[in-house]
Design a protein around this ligand. Structure first.
Ligand SMILES: Nc1ncnc2c1ncn2[C@@H]1O[C@H](COP(=O)(O)OP(=O)(O)OP(=O)(O)O)[C@@H](O)[C@H]1O
Ligand SMILES: [Mg+2]
Length: 307
């Protein structure tokens, strides 16, 4: 299937001379949740702005569902729902009115059945006649998503959907985004929260200083870059690691009562190998536990390696 969004050699240099995007090429697949991670100023919002036609690119092309975002601007914009990073929600307008208006802006015929379905999906239906100003912060965010969905887009862009929201609301938001994806929506979100990408995304991109330094399936990324470690609690303490195990680069801790072994997640020299070597060396252990590097460590290492 052709990608829903196809970005080729996209660049952006602002009038200030700042190069916000170095050449970026990326496909967004239909029906996926794509999470773009990156520190402040990486260029995430600039990228979304260009895809949505709000920022003019300096070079390269973007196609949405096969249409060019400049030549066929109205068409591509109609396929996109956008929840921007900066939220403006202090309006006296009623929830349902703002949705109707938003839909109208795209030249679509009124369709309250669709709007009601969106409101129900976002658990906002009972708030449809409330003034937006009177809603809680979490509800306001949902209204913005509902608004972005009012014209039946194919892909939803969420620019930092959970910045500054509490843990409960964040989980709520994740569940909502998953439901949208399960209903067939493609989702592109940006985030600083690694846990968010780890929880939600099918694929993860990492941007740093205008460069897309990596794009990978989340599972592959975790496997490829992930390291594991196993700690064995020893039956009898050791003062030193036996020479026969030198090659394993073990670390002794807990006053000689524990040893830690580190290995690549994909490696054949995993736990089974370690236990065999311990057996051969005649060292008994009473317990073992394993740990895996998180996406957070992977991310920090990657950004550090690309200063
Ligand atoms: N209108 C503008 N004029 C000049 N420079 C800009 C403009 N908008 C953004 N920039 C610069 O472009 C770079 C990328 O900014 P952008 O907002 O795309 O980053 P971001 O990854 O979304 O960051 P954040 O995580 O803080 O939202 C930054 O250095 C920013 O200062
Ligand atoms: Mg941003």
């Amino acid at each position: 299937m052709n990608p829903i969004v196809s970005i080729r050699a996209l660049t952006k240099t602002y009038a200030s001379g700042l190069q916000a995007l170095k050449p970026i090429s990326l496909d967004i697949h239909r029906g996926e949740i794509f999470a773009m991670l990156g520190p402040n100023g990486a260029g995430k919002t600039t990228l979304i702005g260009i895809i949505c036609g709000l920022v003019r690119a300096s070079g390269g092309t973007v196609q949405v569902d096969g249409f060019d975002t400049i030549k066929d601007y109205r068409k591509t914009r109609s396929l996109i729902g956008l929840v921007p990073q900066e939220l403006h929600t202090d309006t006296f307008e009623k929830v349902i009115s703002t949705l109707r208006f938003s839909r109208g802006l795209f030249g679509l015929a009124p369709n309250d059945a669709h709007l009601d379905a969106v409101l129900k999906e976002l658990s906002l239906f009972d708030k449809r006649n409330e003034q937006i100003k009177t809603l809680s912060g979490g509800m306001k965010r949902r209204v913005l998503i509902a608004k972005a969905l009012s014209h039946e887009p194919r892909i939803l862009f969420l620019d930092e959907p959970t910045a500054g929201v509490d843990v409960e609301l964040r989980h709520d938001m994740w569940a909502m985004v998953r439901r949208l994806r399960d209903a067939g929506m493609t989702i592109f979100l940006t985030t600083h929260y690694i846990q968010e990408a780890e929880e939600m995304a099918d694929r993860i991109g990492i941007m740093n200083k205008g460069e897309l330094i990596m794009v990978e399936d989340k599972a592959v990324l975790m496997q490829k870059l992930g390291k594991k470690q196993v700690t064995l609690e020893l039956a009898q303490s050791l003062s030193t690691i036996p020479a026969s195990l030198d090659d394993l680069k073990l670390e002794l801790s807990g006053g000689g009562h524990a040893v830690t072994y580190r290995y690549e997640a994909q490696s054949a020299n995993g736990i089974a190998y370690l236990l065999r070597r311990f057996d051969e060396a005649g060292i008994a252990f009473t317990d073992l536990h394993t740990e895996q590097t998180s996406l957070e460590e992977i991310f920090v290492n990657l950004v550090r390696a690309n200063p």
